[in-house]
Design a protein around this ligand. Sequence first.
Ligand SMILES: NC(=O)c1ccc[n+]([C@@H]2O[C@H](COP(=O)([O-])OP(=O)(O)OC[C@H]3O[C@@H](n4cnc5c(N)ncnc54)[C@H](OP(=O)(O)O)[C@@H]3O)[C@@H](O)[C@H]2O)c1
Length: 303
Amino acid sequence: MHAARYHSYGTADVLVVEDAPEPHAGPGSIRIGVRAASVNQIDVMLRAGNLAQVLPLDLPAVPGMDAAGVVDEVGPGVTDTQVGDVVFGLNGGISGTTAEFAVLTAWSAVPEQWTTAQAAAAGLAGATAATAVGTLGDLEGATVLIEGASGAVGSAAAAFARAAGAIVIGTGTRSNFPHLEAMGVVPTTYGRGLPERVAALAPSGVDAAVHAAPAPSDSLPDIVTIVGKADRVVTVLGAQEAARLGARSVVARHDSALLRAAAALGQAGLWTPRVDHEFPLAEVIEAHVTAESRSGKVIVRQP
Ligand SMILES: NC(=O)c1ccc[n+]([C@@H]2O[C@H](COP(=O)([O-])OP(=O)(O)OC[C@H]3O[C@@H](n4cnc5c(N)ncnc54)[C@H](OP(=O)(O)O)[C@@H]3O)[C@@H](O)[C@H]2O)c1
């Protein structure tokens, strides 16, 4: 099969498109003919070798953790999908989806409201947001702050919190305010002065927060101060800073139930994953360079 791969860690130009062995669905997993895969920040960090000490890869590696496509193999024990279904999901590991075929260990049907590219952008972001918001318990009537609400994870977290009955204040760049307002989120900017801006928007206080800013981020202490109770703050960034402050830290659970919950948000019109840049597989280097520039969500399409 055609796949993007890298044989050594390094800058984006270590990526090549070449023939690679096809993966096959094992027990409890499915294989899809990939239509699109997303480029997440972790894919960039893994390829650069920044995580080689903690998450070493068997090289050559196919980048990508999430994708959308058409089921073409169903492993033993799988009963909730069949060949021909259009699904999105996660591969259960840290690499493998930027290819003609990918194995998924967690998946959901794609809601009819989403394009294939939007579905490809929903896997890791949706699962991370569901995991994070799920740690906050009942949010009916609560006021929730989402740092990075205009981003992939943050917009999904905002949608989960809104669906749970929360009033959501979300941070983003001013040009993204219309996107936040369309989701029913009260927008404000991130950065210096956040506690004062949030106090003006929520005079009765903030009950909980999700921190979904890009690394490195220095806003977690401010967010803990805003909420007042560290254990009502959950970050999707490093565990160390969270532990120092007494906040919670999560990594995405690769769980089909979370992806079905994300798809239900799409079905209800509460979340549309953002896609800012699409590249064909042949331009995977440009895709990674664009993802590094943090100018929005990047998708790699199969021919
Ligand atoms: N724990 C996990 O399992 C897991 C999984 C996936 C991602 N993550 C992490 O989650 C974070 C967000 O990922 P993503 O894919 O959602 O990224 P993204 O789509 O690039 O979104 C980043 C968000 O942060 C905002 N932002 C940019 N600079 C900021 C700053 N200096 N301070 C505060 N907010 C800022 C952006 O706002 P504007 O665009 O409006 O400027 C946007 O809302 C990343 O750190 C990623 O590594 C963790």
